[in-house]
Unconditional design. Structure first.
Length: 750
């Protein structure tokens, strides 16, 4: 299975999106298709051995729409696309201006007929139906041309869209007026009112085009986050080649190139510092405002700003592998995904247009047959056809998702999809891994206690044995032991028969001694007596230190107290999450005494200690079995199964690629405040979507009956089709404008 994104052309409403989605979904080899009306794109999962992109493209073009593949990592607003949009906006603007001028003339000329008053200031020519016909015809068929073309495309596919409604409504008004102009006596003989409605047709078309022009401009702002991210990319890099500095295009940079960055310059691409040092502002990528100090061995991220010093770095990632490119791709994928809350709107829009046409037909027959009033029948029918708007329903969810995911990226919170964004506000329990999540993930050995005391040759020998075996392990605690040995100027030696026992410890032969280092429980299960250092171990645990035990030749020789400092924000974040009504749980492999001591420091009441890496996913599953929606926050390889098992996986961006890949949300900076930001953003976005859906539904539920004339028998009042056209034109604009309010979102933690 592969995934491809297509940029679509020719869609005018949510019904068009449903049509394209159904057409692509019927292509053999397509597993899943999601058409996003707001972004005008389709995301397709397909079997590349059965079909190719051209097949999908042809299927879309056969039903009258355009589709072009989008390269991964490229902005949807690339140069050709931006040029097309700009040309489309200019064309719309010309039509709106022309339609506006003609609308003004026709409305001015129709005032006597509308008001029943004799207005001598109006030029007599504007009263004349033939003059109105000459003025209205270009607007009907030039400005309204796209409506007729789209309605014809839909008709050929045996479907109906919003363009169908517009064409039916304006054509009824126009052709009735044309018949009145050509055959006024005949209509009078048939009992029909010889009145023209050219102004209604022209004003409606103009207002709808104005609405689309404003909607296009507003929708452009919803994808502002992508434009900003794309704008961060550097255009050139200054590489050092054979002692000379050369500026080359960013596309020509290769892995292993040495790049020079001076103070105040943008770091062009990802790499590792090899010479010099500086502080770097990474806020544009991570959302973290505090500059980060960089020195040889540290990683730098492309698009961040070098501040104080100059340095050289070796490139490690280029093209679509860079951090920024991956962020852009994640945001694009998220913005193009479909939230579960959108399903109701999709179901409604599938039946919307046929139902509206049926209502319009019933309305006409009702007023014409029961009341014998052709003018009333005409006005109400046109009103029903024009006021109905599936676009507002189609835009309600995706526009909010686009703004919400883009806003998350600004704060260093990458949300992989609309489903994750929606789910975050429902979470009841948050499970926090200890090491690297609540703590800084840089453990250090603070205490090394042997059975024979300290500051003697025996201690140095034991340290050498411990470091020699631990250097074979990738565990953070093992790295702490090796680092401690270096600080004591102790050299390591080779290990034979090394074995890592998952969740327990390591063992092997060092200098002809059988060495085991791990948990107290593991040593006990191996038949080793641990009473000798029990008191000292309890003291270390009471001070929130992780204690690892060491046995040599099946006798306890030493314990090590390892401390991993808590992140400065841990206690505050835990407190905030609890105030938000969430249950906070700490998950760790530490023994209960150490775990509870650390939990007490940060204010966590529920602790799950002594959980081996292979048990983490099962622990999450047990919490879920109690009926809770669970979020898991972690950073290590051993957290990946738990992140995948949780209803919502949140990965610390400073952690491993595996953990990030398994998660639904990634906190780029590693700051736990991102958890609060993600939840608050989810709640704000869902509220916004609910408001949009309410406005869209209530607009149609209330507007269609009013246009049909339900108030006429009571108040004698009819909705003017011109007002109906204005309401329809601005319904979509109001939904998009409401979604744009999310751009003002600021997390309480900031």
């Amino acid at each position: 299975m592969e995934k491809a994104t297509f940029k679509l052309q020719g869609m005018s409403c949510a019904s068009c999106a449903n049509t394209i989605e159904a057409v692509i979904g019927r292509v053999s080899g397509v597993e899943q298709c999601n058409v996003n009306f707001a972004m005008e794109q389709a995301t397709v999962h397909y079997n590349s051995q059965q079909i190719d992109l051209k097949t999908i493209q042809n299927a879309v073009e056969k039903v009258g729409y355009g589709a072009s593949p989008v390269e991964e990592g490229r902005s949807n607003a690339g140069d050709p696309e931006a040029a097309r949009r700009e040309a489309e906006s200019r064309e719309l603007q010309r039509k709106v201006i022309t339609g506006g001028i003609v609308s003004g003339l026709l409305v001015f000329g129709s005032l006597p007929a509308m008001t029943g008053l004799n207005l001598p200031l109006i030029p007599m020519g504007l009263h004349n139906p033939w003059v109105q016909l000459v003025l209205a015809t270009p607007i009907q068929f030039w400005c309204g041309r796209q409506f007729y073309l789209n309605a014809w495309k839909a008709f050929k596919q045996h479907t109906a869209t919003m363009d169908t409604l517009i064409v039916l409504g304006t054509s009824v008004a126009y052709f009735y007026s044309l018949a009145t102009t050509l055959f006024p006596r005949f209509l009078t003989q048939q009992g029909l009112a010889p009145q023209v409605y050219y102004e209604a047709s022209v004003v409606i078309i103009t207002l709808i085009l104005l609405g689309r022009l404003l909607e296009n401009r507003a929708r452009k702002q919803t994808s502002e986050a992508i434009h900003k991210l794309m704008g961060l990319q550097a255009k050139t890099a200054r590489i050092v080649c054979q002692g000379e500095e050369v500026d080359i295009s960013i596309e020509d940079v290769q892995i292993g190139n040495i790049v020079l960055v001076r103070p105040g310059e943008k770091i062009p691409i990802d790499g590792e510092v090899v010479e010099g040092g500086s502080t770097v502002d990474e806020s544009m990528v991570t959302g973290e405002s505090v500059p980060v100090k960089k020195q040889p061995g540290d990683q730098v991220v492309g698009a961040t700003i070098n501040q104080t010093g100059s340095f050289k770095f070796r490139t490690t990632r280029v093209g679509q592998d860079t951090v920024l490119a991956q962020i852009i791709q994640l945001v694009q994928d998220a913005q193009g995904s479909k939230a579960p809350i959108q399903r109701l709107a999709d179901q409604v829009t599938r039946w919307f247009v046929p139902v509206v046409i049926a209502i319009a037909l019933v309305t006409f027959l009702l007023w014409f047959n029961l009341m014998g009033n052709p003018t009333l029948a005409l006005i109400t029918t046109v009103g029903v056809l024009i006021i109905a708007c599936p676009c507002a329903l189609g835009l309600a969810t995706p526009t909010s998702v686009m703004v919400g995911t883009g806003k998350g990226a600004e704060y260093g919170v990458l949300i992989k999809g609309a489903e994750s964004l929606e789910l975050a506000h429902k979470i009841q329990t948050i499970v926090l891994d200890k090491t690297g999540t609540l703590t800084q993930g840089k453990p250090t050995v603070t205490d090394f206690v042997t059975v024979q005391g300290t500051a003697n040759d025996h201690e140095l020998r034991v340290i050498r044995l411990a470091a020699s075996i631990e250097r074979n392990s990738e565990h953070p605690l093992a790295a702490a032991v090796v680092q401690y040995a270096k600080s004591q100027d102790v050299e390591t030696t080779t290990t034979q028969d090394f074995e890592a026992v998952a969740g327990s410890g390591v063992q092997g032969i060092v200098l002809d001694h059988w060495v085991q280092i791990g948990t107290q429980r593991w040593l006990r299960d191996s038949g080793i007596d641990t009473q000798a250092l029990q008191t000292q171990a309890a003291q270390l645990e009471s001070r929130s230190k992780t204690v690892i035990w060491m046995a040599v030749d099946r006798n306890v020789e030493a314990i090590m107290g390892i401390s991993d400092a808590l992140k400065p924000s841990s206690a505050e974040v835990v407190s905030t999450l609890q105030r938000m009504g969430l249950e906070v749980v700490m998950l760790t492999g530490d023994n209960r005494a150490t775990a509870e001591s650390i939990a007490q420091e940060v204010g966590i009441k529920q602790v799950l200690p002594e959980v081996r890496p292979d048990q983490k996913a099962e622990t999450i599953r047990q919490l879920q079995s109690a009926g809770k929606l669970v979020a898991m926050v972690g950073d290590g390889i051993n957290d990946a199964p738990a992140l995948a098992q949780a209803d919502l996986g949140i990965a610390i961006g400073t952690g491993t690629d595996v953990a990030i890949a398994a998660s639904d949300i990634t906190l780029i900076s590693g700051d736990l405040q991102g958890i609060i930001t993600a939840i608050e953003l989810s709640r704000a976005t869902i509220r916004n979507i609910q408001q949009n859906l309410f406005f869209a539904f209530i607009y149609n539920v209330a507007g269609i009956p009013i246009a049909a004339g339900v108030l006429f028998p009571i108040f004698g009042w009819l909705l003017n089709p011109i007002i109906a056209g204005a309401a329809m034109a601005f319904s979509s604009v109001s939904v998009v404008t409401n979604a744009l309010r999310l751009r003002q979102f600021k997390p309480k933690s900031n």
